[in-house]
Write a protein that binds this ligand. Structure first.
Ligand code: ADP
Length: 474
């Protein structure tokens, strides 16, 4: 029997482009689903994507999208990469930009039209071929469920995954007209949000099922503290919302197969060479001192304010600290100033996949004091590379990291240092516990080795998606 078709829609997919965890998930989840479904992944063909490297070619299929009274030209491109089918949407307004979404502090002003084009192009694909399921991700593809309804002839069922509720795709009400959406949808139970047009609300209101990326986050977003103004709306729709933990691709994130490392390794004894080389490259001294790393977006969500507040105290300890990331200018400035003052703090600005992997391989501890964290992949990657995470007890961090106080080698979960109160004191206490653990060499090695053996892959969690697909297509 031939498999049913599934269209997986994302605004970024590794290895073509990546700004964060969505790209990793859009790379690994479709692979995990392809055992049961005939999966195609669709994304925009941004100008930064290396067409030749990935064998991306024109499918010789172009059309004009009519949206809000204007015709937008669209061309379809495609490739098969590592056995997966990818379709790319090219339209100049959507794709020919320096960044994917805009600057760190604000998105491009015409993102409503840009991603409107993307959503309408997905509708065109659904009209051309018969798909059982369309799986949408984040606000950039969240209009699709509404457009399916507005279209009226598409039988495809939709699943909408929220990777981060804080990015909702809210635009001035004039977007309604530009997007060619009927005013009947501009209501409180539709996509109206405080007088604005909310892409996110369309995904929640009109999809057949909503998922968020961890069970704890699924509970948190129903509360005011984490709901980003949508807690009431989400509570109303709670019967169709599930929390499914993200996984990581075992082969992609394995120190045993990672070709970017100085030395591949299967247990933590193999980290030493990687650490030595990394410290040397950065000019940091003391291979015997614990190395703490931070990799991620320099934004409030990732705990930047707490980190910057705590950093001078932390730097006075016998340790090294290395940062990699990009984001808001004020955080870059503060980190730069602290790094200039302390020889054991290093700060690299930018997005560099290869460098990040060398950091994971070198690290003893990963810092992840997020204010909120829908799932978080960094901690899972770090544990796979034999590091111990130091995390704030929120969202997916709760679901993936148990405190070392409860360490049990029989347990299949990862272990780290978990702090509950979001204060400088609690964070500093967690750092001191990390320093102590590092002092107990045998215990540290046992825990880091245990983390490396844990299974953070999709093997189990993908079953929850498959079960949802089955339910809605029955
Ligand atoms: P986010 O909230 O940004 O999506 P996640 O923890 O879910 O955070 O995923 C982040 C992913 O992006 C991980 O694969 C991480 O290694 C990677 N990453 C984040 N910042 C950088 C950077 N500056 N350079 C390289 N990789 C990065």
């Amino acid at each position: 029997m031939s498999k049913s078709r599934l269209l997986f829609v994302a605004s970024e997919v590794f290895p073509f482009v990546k700004t964060g965890g969505l790209a990793d998930v859009a790379h690994s989840l479709p692979r995990a689903l392809s055992g049961e479904y005939d999966v195609s992944v669709v994304m925009p063909l941004y100008q930064s994507i290396e067409r030749e490297r990935f064998g991306i070619v024109s499918l010789e299929e172009g059309f004009n999208l009519f949206m809000g009274g204007i015709d937008y030209p669209v061309e379809l491109y495609g490739c098969t990469y590592e056995g997966m089918n990818y379709c790319f949407i090219y339209s100049p307004l959507l794709c020919d930009r320096e960044f994917l979404y805009g600057f760190p502090e604000r998105g491009y002003e015409d993102n409503d039209v840009r991603f409107g084009i993307f959503n309408y192009a997905v509708i065109e694909l659904l009209k051309r071929d018969l798909y059982a399921i369309v799986h949408l991700n984040d606000w950039q593809s969240a209009l699709v469920p509404l457009l399916i309804k507005q279209e009226g002839t598409i039988a495809t069922k939709s699943v909408y995954t929220i990777h981060n509720l804080a990015y909702q795709g809210n635009f001035d009400s004039s977007a309604l007209c530009k997007l060619g959406i009927s005013p009947e949808y501009f209501t409180m139970d539709g996509l109206e949000f405080h007088g604005m047009v909310s892409f996110m609300k369309s995904g929640i209101a009109y999809s057949d099922r909503v998922t968020v990326v961890s069970p704890t986050y699924a509970k948190e977003i129903l509360k005011t503290e984490f709901g980003c103004g949508l807690d009431g709306f989400l509570s109303y729709h709670r019967s169709k919302i599930s929390g499914i933990l993200n996984g990581i691709d075992r082969e992609n994130f394995s120190p045993l197969y990672d070709k970017t490392l100085v030395q591949s390794y299967g247990d933590i004894s193999g980290k030493v060479l990687n650490k030595k080389d990394f410290l040397k490259q950065l000019g940091l001294k003391g291979v015997k001192k614990p190395l703490f790393i931070f990799i991620g977006r320099f934004v409030n969500q990732k705990g930047m304010d707490l980190l910057i507040e705590t950093l001078p105290k932390m730097a006075s300890l016998e340790c090294n600290i290395a940062f990699l990331g990009e984001g808001e200018a004020r955080y870059c400035e503060s980190l730069k100033t602290i790094a200039e003052k302390h020889s054991n703090v290093h700060f690299t600005i930018g997005h560099d996949e290869m460098f990040s992997r060398r950091m994971y391989a070198a690290a003893d501890f990963l810092l992840m004091p997020s204010v909120f964290e829908p799932c978080g992949l960094n901690q899972m990657i770090a544990m796979s590379y034999g590091a111990v995470p130091v995390v704030h007890a929120v969202g997916g961090l709760v679901d993936t990291v148990r405190d070392i106080g409860k360490y049990d080698s029989e347990k299949l979960s990862g272990f780290g240092i978990v702090f509950a109160k979001f204060t400088e004191r609690a964070f500093m206490n967690a750092i001191n516990r990390a320093m102590e653990l590092y002092g107990e060499k045998r215990k540290y090695s046992e825990i880091a080795d245990h983390n490396m053996k844990c299974d953070f892959s999709w093997t189990e969690n993908v079953k929850s998606y498959l079960s949802i697909y089955k339910k809605i297509t029955r």
